[in-house]
Design a protein around this ligand. Structure first.
Ligand code: 6PG
Length: 238
């Protein structure tokens, strides 16, 4: 595991974008799972403003690690956020964008997206393998859309499941632990003071860390990188 800690969230975005460019330039094709949340949003802005012509987007296939079960035009949609801040500003073939269809019946969509992953990604030990999975961490320790109250979904045999947000009950479609930990590389993008307690518990393995889905992220490849700002990293004992 590697920790990269920057002073501000803007620096996290800049450095992550540079890492992203390097990562994709080393590959002919890269299958990448994106996440929702506030940190990816500024990363997308950075990629759109400074890398639109620096990256061969035609070599990149974009997927989502999770999606809220809402139409793609809804302000809650992770796809819409990505479209507004990145996809509408770069040149990428339509067929390289593989969104989770939040408007569909959730159970049907979880099955359909599992199949889509099987068809598009190499299968390693029975699991579709992403080159890169980008994750966020919720203030409650959730990651993708596997929340603490449904932590057992992490180990579901399916590649994708339907989960519920603990407060709103909103349905989400999320990839599961085997897909996350089967990826060639996994990155956490985590910024802000609200994240500091869970970041400390998860990385230092203290307190209730076992209750948080974020603590189960441990790619078999060993390639896990945390991109943190000082606010999120402030309680770490290094
Ligand atoms: C989602 C996300 C989720 C997110 C975290 C962190 O769709 O809800 O994929 O897992 O990454 O909640 O979000 P913030 O960066 O906004 O704190």
């Amino acid at each position: 595991m590697e920790l990269k800690i920057y002073q501000t969230r803007e620096e996290v975005a800049k450095n992550f974008a540079a890492y992203f460019k390097q990562f994709v330039s080393e590959r002919t094709v890269a299958h990448i799972a994106l996440s929702g949340g506030s940190t990816p949003k500024i990363v997308f802005e950075e990629l759109a403003s400074n890398y639109s012509d620096q990256i061969n987007w035609g070599n990149i296939h974009l997927y989502w690690g999770d999606e809220r079960c809402v139409p793609p035009t809804d302000t809650e949609s992770n796809y819409k956020m990505t479209k507004d801040f990145l996809l509408s500003k770069i040149i990428i073939p339509e067929q390289n964008i593989h969104r989770i269809r939040g408007e569909n019946e959730p159970g049907d969509e979880a099955k359909a997206y599992s199949l889509l992953l099987e068809e598009n990604l190499p299968i390693v030990n029975g699991i579709p393998q992403f080159d890169l999975v980008i994750l966020g961490l919720g203030d409650d320790g959730h990651t993708a859309s596997i929340f603490p109250h449904q932590i057992e979904l992490w180990n579901a045999p399916e590649h994708c499941v339907v989960a519920q947000h603990p407060e709103t009950g909103q349905n989400r479609v999320s990839i599961t632990g085997s897909v996350i930990n089967g990826a060639m590389e996994v990155t956490f993008l985590v910024t802000g003071y609200g994240k500091a307690p869970k970041v400390e518990e998860i990385i230092n393995k203290t307190g209730q860390f076992k209750d948080y889905p974020g603590s189960l992220v441990a790619p078999e490849s060993g390639n896990l990188i945390w991109f943190l700002d000082q606010a999120a990293a402030g309680r770490l004992k290094l």
